[in-house]
Write a protein that binds this ligand. Structure first.
Ligand SMILES: NC(=O)c1ccc[n+]([C@@H]2O[C@H](COP(=O)([O-])OP(=O)(O)OC[C@H]3O[C@@H](n4cnc5c(N)ncnc54)[C@H](O)[C@@H]3O)[C@@H](O)[C@H]2O)c1
Ligand SMILES: [Zn+2]
Length: 386
């Protein structure tokens, strides 16, 4: 008997698509693409970590269903999200004579998904693409919602588009080779969904965390599916990020600033937003009266997931952190806008917080290190909200 497959539908109307979640779905990639009536010629875009593990299976599945795939392998890591890589992909697609009905398969984490999605959005003014996310972050977050793009030297995700995939296949079996640190980083987004919109889900995470950390298939399937449902619902209500979609950025204003002041080197995104969410919870207590019990539940869950919950910053690093947050486009007259929680499962967005209150909260959250402190790293990237 085939293992069960969970399905989440994203968006109504002509751009509607399905997220399928289950174990072993990669083998059905060809069959699924055939159902979408996509053209025969296609390309799999993957990276140097994922291609050796799952590239053959993806290629076999497509070929068996009558497709003619070419495989493009980009270097693993954030640097592949560049216009130079995009151009390299265009040239290979043209050499393989991909045409308007052709499609791309993004096989990898969020980097490959954002890159391949952007290539698909722009090659021949847009061709279809299918997401096969192989990181937990990819499955619960980046593959859903249609935001695609690449980085510039001046900042992350500065060039991009909204281009919805035709299908998202989350094969939970691919997560088995994901390094534990990357897996935990994905859990930071999972926990976020509980905080922003589902108290019962949050309680389940508290209860089932050991199973989740052990990547127990049934638990993982239910949890990935619930995260996709929550993101799909937010995207349905605000496809182009004009309002509600902001709630997906809980903990991200502080998290992104931390990534920026540490040169995008020290922390994985999930680790930075773990610290950011704990700080946002403390800020929520001050601004919206989030109970101390909930603040502590939030801190504890991130800690139990093996994620960092605080950093020690010198006063000048704290100053840089504040400056990085102020670079957010959504800053108005010295007040940074935040997503904050009233209670676990309920957040408000667009809340103005004075720099003074923010600084006070952050100073408590990030106690200064003992002297002598390390030199402050200069700011490199402009912070752009994701
Ligand atoms: N489009 C969106 O809405 C959205 C949302 C959130 C994040 N993002 C983007 O996603 C990116 C981060 O994604 P990520 O965390 O998945 O990073 P990633 O794609 O770099 O993957 C993390 C690492 O894991 C490796 N890997 C992937 N799958 C693997 C597997 N199954 N087994 C072993 N190794 C594997 C990758 O090669 C890489 O080294 C960022 O660029 C971010 O901007 C986009
Ligand atoms: Zn995030």
């Amino acid at each position: 008997m085939l293992p069960p497959v969970r399905t989440v539908t994203v968006l109504p109307g002509p751009r509607s698509y399905r997220i399928k979640i289950g174990t072993g779905l990669l083998d059905r990639l060809g069959h699924e693409c055939a159902e979408l009536k996509l053209g025969a010629r296609c390309a799999i875009i993957s990276d140097t970590n994922v291609q050796p593990r799952f590239g053959d299976a993806a290629q076999r599945a497509l070929t068996k269903a009558g497709f003619d795939p070419v495989v493009l392998t980009v270097p693993a890591g954030e640097r592949a999200k560049s216009l130079r890589t995009v151009e390299g992909c265009y040239n290979k697609l043209a050499a393989h004579r991909l045409e308007r009905k052709s499609f791309l398969v993004a096989l990898g984490g969020g980097v490959v998904g954002d890159l391949a999605g952007f290539v698909a959005a722009s090659y021949l003014r847009g061709i279809p693409f299918v997401q096969v996310p192989t990181t937990l972050l990819g499955q619960v977050d980046s593959s859903v919602g249609g935001k695609v793009g690449v980085n510039l030297k001046a900042g992350k995700n500065l060039v991009g588009a909204f281009h919805q995939p035709r299908l998202v296949l989350c094969d939970l079996a691919t997560l088995s080779t994901l390094p534990m640190r990357e897996y935990r980083a994905g859990l930071a987004e999972v926990i976020k969904y509980g905080i922003i919109s589902d108290a019962a889900f949050y309680r389940r995470l508290e209860r089932d965390l050991p199973k989740l950390l052990a990547r127990e298939p049934k638990t993982l399937a239910a949890i990935v599916a619930r995260c996709c449902e929550i993101k799909a619902e937010v995207v349905r209500q605000d496809e182009t990020e004009s309002g509600l979609r902001a709630i997906l950025n809980f903990g991200h204003t502080i998290g992104h600033a931390l990534e920026a002041i540490s040169h995008y080197g020290k922390y994985l995104h999930g680790e930075a937003i773990s610290i950011g969410q704990v700080a946002a919870a403390r800020l929520s207590a001050r601004v919206l009266g989030l109970s101390q019990i909930d603040v502590e539940r939030i801190r504890t869950l991130f800690e139990q997931a093996g994620l960092p919950t605080e950093v020690k910053l010198s006063p000048s690093q704290l100053h840089h952190l504040m400056a990085a947050m102020s670079l957010d486009k959504k800053v108005a007259s010295g007040e940074i806008k935040f997503v904050l929680a009233r209670k676990i499962g309920e957040v408000k967005f667009g809340l103005r917080v004075s720099e003074k209150l923010l600084q006070q909260t952050l100073a408590n959250t990030f106690p200064p290190p003992p002297l002598p402190h390390s030199p402050t790293p200069p700011l490199h990237f402009r912070y752009v909200r994701r």
